[in-house]
Each structure stands twice: as C-alpha cells, then as structure tokens.
Design a protein around this ligand. Structure first.
Ligand SMILES: C[S@@+](CC[C@H](N)C(=O)[O-])C[C@H]1O[C@@H](n2cnc3c(N)ncnc32)[C@H](O)[C@@H]1O
Length: 266
C-alpha cells in the first residue's frame, strides 16, 4: 500500500471522560480476550479517535495488560494537538500517533482490535461502510473493529463488532441503576443503526421486544434490576439469536447476531 499523504477522516469534537469506555473495555478484556491471548506475537490494539485527552487509551492499556501483559496499545488521532497531548504519557507498550481510518502502524504490524468509540457517530451514515472497509483491510487475522457509541459518562453504550468479513454482532451495555427500559440505549446506537430505530427496521423490533420482555419481568425487580434484566434476556433469547449468556446479562450487557438487527437495505 503506498503511503498516504493525509489521515483519512475529519477532525471532530474531542469530548471524552475518564472511565467512559469501561463497558466496552470489559467486553474486550472479557469475551474477546481470546483474540489477544492467541496472538503469537505481542498483539496491537488501536484506540482510534481517543479524543481531547488520552485517558481512555491509558485505561484500555491498563485493562488489557491484565489479560495480555505484552499487549501494545496505540492511540491514533486525526488531530495533531491531541496526539501531542498523548505523547507525555507514552510508556512501554503505549504510544500515540497521528492518523485516521487507514490505521497507520509500523511496517508489518496489524491490529488485533481497533476500538473506535464515539468517532463515527459524528460522520454521516453513508460514510460508515467506507470507514469500516479501510479499517477491515488493516486487521490482523481474527481481528476486530469495535465501532461504538455511549453517553458522556458511559452508563449507556452500544457497539458493532466488525471482523474481516463484515459486521458480526451488536452489543448493548446498560447501567442497571435508574434504567427505565432497555431501549433507553436507542439514542446511543452506532451510526449504522441510529437512524434505523424506526418501525419496520429489525433493530427497532429488537429493542421493542426487549422492552416488552423487560416490562413483563417487572416482578423480578424485587430481587433487583440485575435479576429483572436476566429474566428479560432469557425470554428474548427464545426469539432472537443472542450470542452471549447469563454471565454477561448480569452485567447489563447483551450481544445479538448482527444478521438479526442489520438495516434492511444492507
Ligand atoms: C468524541 S471524541 C471520542 C473520544 C473517545 N474515543 C471517547 O469515546 O470518549 C472523537 C474523536 O475522534 C477523532 N476522529 C474523528 N475522525 C477520526 C479518524 N478518522 N481517525 C482518527 N481520529 C478521528 C476526533 O478528532 C475526536 O478527537
């Protein structure tokens, strides 16, 4: 691939917050940890578009080092000032560099995971496929792009996992305390789905069904919201291809096969 002159993408708002991405980190360091563990060489994980402060990249590094002590985390930002803000925090296995969806790494390096959180939400829906395709080209075998969105302090999050072949799953992850209904996550869906939460689209049907199951599970709330969510997920599994189970549902997290929620025209 010839070297590109400019990073691919556009500088957008840099809003971030400490611990904002903990729910996604927990998923990468949990059900996805096998991707890091099986790498014969130190795996590279990219935090693409880490924002005005490099804090979430540092947190990702700390969390993944528990799983794979030789992991290398590379924070990539399209805004040079944000790269400069990261440089003083560099250490063994944590670096920051300028770049975009082309995911520039050292020669021969390919990322096992690219986490791009709250990045594509600031792009147009029709820009998503090309951005995904560029990142997909760069992935290590068995690698994953995690394209997600969350609220300011990470209480509600969702992400699409995309491997070399295309999108594979949608995960929603919700803080139980104060949760009115699972579809509260709707305004934090990834760009590829947020405009599709309308009647007739599969993701709308999925969230509506989850809400109904949540309502029917109300009696479980005497044992706490966690039990209620568990009951709702158990019911929904009868109708939707959930890819995870009770150990994740207890966390307020639920992953469904992408094929069941994909936009109708994709
Ligand atoms: C809202 S911040 C998200 C920060 C952090 N990921 C979070 O979720 O808290 C989005 C960041 O993505 C950066 N960005 C936008 N497009 C990008 C691209 N194509 N490549 C790298 N960074 C990009 C912006 O400059 C901005 O700093």
């Amino acid at each position: 691939m010839p070297p590109r002159q400019r990073p691919v993408g556009t500088v957008t708002r840099g809003t971030t917050n400490p611990n904002r991405l903990r729910r996604c980190d927990r998923w990468i360091a949990g059900p996805q940890a096998w991707r890091l563990r099986r790498s014969p060489t130190p795996p590279v994980v990219v935090d693409l578009g880490y924002g005005a402060s490099p804090i979430t990249a540092v947190e990702l590094y700390d969390r993944l080092r528990q799983v794979r002590p030789d992991v290398r985390v590379v924070g990539i930002e399209i805004d040079p000032a944000r790269v400069a803000a990261g440089k003083p925090l560099e250490r063994d296995g944590l670096t920051f560099r300028l770049g975009g969806f082309e995911v520039p790494l050292d020669d021969g390096e390919r990322p096992t995971v690219v986490r791009a959180f709250n990045v594509l939400r600031q792009y147009a829906e029709d820009e998503v496929p090309a951005a995904w395709a560029l990142v997909q080209e760069r992935l290590a075998p068995g690698g994953l792009l995690v394209d997600g969105t969350c609220d300011e302090i990470g209480r509600r999050a969702s992400w699409v996992a995309v491997d070399e072949g295309g999108p594979v799953s949608l995960t929603i992850s919700l803080r139980m305390g104060g949760l009115e209904r699972p579809s509260d996550v709707a305004e934090r869906l990834p760009k590829s789905l947020i405009h599709r939460n309308v009647p007739g689209e599969p993701v709308h049907a999925f969230l509506a069904d989850l809400d109904r199951a949540w309502a029917r599970s109300a009696p479980q709330s005497s044992w706490g919201a966690r039990q209620r969510f568990l009951a709702a997920a158990t019911e929904v599994r009868e109708r939707w291809p959930l890819l995870d189970g009770p150990s994740r549902w207890r966390l307020g997290e639920l992953t469904v096969d992408w094929a069941a929620v994909a936009p109708l025209d994709r």
